[in-house]
Design a protein around this ligand. Structure first.
Ligand SMILES: Nc1ncnc2c1ncn2[C@@H]1O[C@H](COP(=O)(O)OP(=O)(O)OP(=O)(O)O)[C@@H](O)[C@H]1O
Ligand SMILES: [Mg+2]
Length: 206
């Protein structure tokens, strides 16, 4: 088993499942957190992540197949998506990936799910298709406010990870999002993004 990534929450390993390469995602104990609470959080996120990853396939959002879930060890064994994370793309590929991410986000929202961690590292381009990962912070919600928070986070990420292309990428994302949710909902959500940005704590990005 090879360690691919040490994350804030857990580690990602490259391993094998029935002779094909697979990903093992684990969530480590946090010593600074109360043990009972920590177990609850880690187990909850593990179950949520694996459940939502399977559910969203129903409405056409591509995600890795889940092979095994171990709620006690807080581990998920899943299909390895071969490709590159959108964060590592550039130029036209990055622009069209952002449009696709917008469409995916809109599809999730239309079906009452907020992703909760919309960053360009949580989308993988593989064989010309975008796969969505990292659903540990996802929530079932149809509230405008929650959906706007998803958009606002993505905008912030563009401004830090892709600052030179921020405007192009943001409008590309928005056109994809609009195509999925329709003009009325789009207007409401975007309006609310401005409301969030108007609150002192968040400075407006661009
Ligand atoms: N199924 C998968 N196939 C291929 N690569 C994957 C897969 N799952 C995760 N990865 C890789 O591992 C990275 C981290 O995975 P993930 O985002 O699920 O974990 P995380 O601990 O929440 O990380 P972060 O704190 O960076 O969000 C991804 O950005 C991706 O590069
Ligand atoms: Mg991630």
């Amino acid at each position: 088993m090879k360690l691919l990534k040490k994350g804030a929450e857990g580690d990602i390993f490259l391993t094998k499942h029935e002779n094909v390469l697979a990903i093992l995602k684990t969530r480590k104990k946090k010593q600074y957190r109360n043990q009972i609470l920590d177990d609850k959080i880690r187990t909850g996120r593990t179950i949520r992540e694996s459940t939502v990853m399977s559910e969203v396939k129903e409405f056409g959002v591509r995600t890795p197949l889940i092979y095994q879930v171990d709620p006690t060890d807080c581990a998920i064994l899943m299909q390895r998506i071969k490709g590159s994370v959108v964060r590592d793309l550039s130029g036209k590929k990055l622009v069209s990936a952002c449009r696709e991410i917008g469409k995916i986000t809109g599809t999730l929202h239309k079906n009452g799910i907020m992703h909760g961690d919309l960053t360009t590292s949580n989308f993988i381009l593989s064989g010309g298709k975008i796969y969505t990962i990292d659903f540990g912070l996802s929530q079932r919600t149809t509230r405008i406010e929650d959906h706007a928070v998803d958009l606002r986070l993505f905008k912030e990420i563009l401004n830090s990870a892709h600052v030179g292309m921020m405007k192009t990428l943001w409008s590309s994302f928005l056109s994809g999002y609009r195509s999925a949710v329709g003009p009325v909902r789009y207007g409401q959500i975007l309006n609310h993004v401005s409301v969030i940005e108007g609150r002192g704590r968040y400075a407006q990005v661009v």
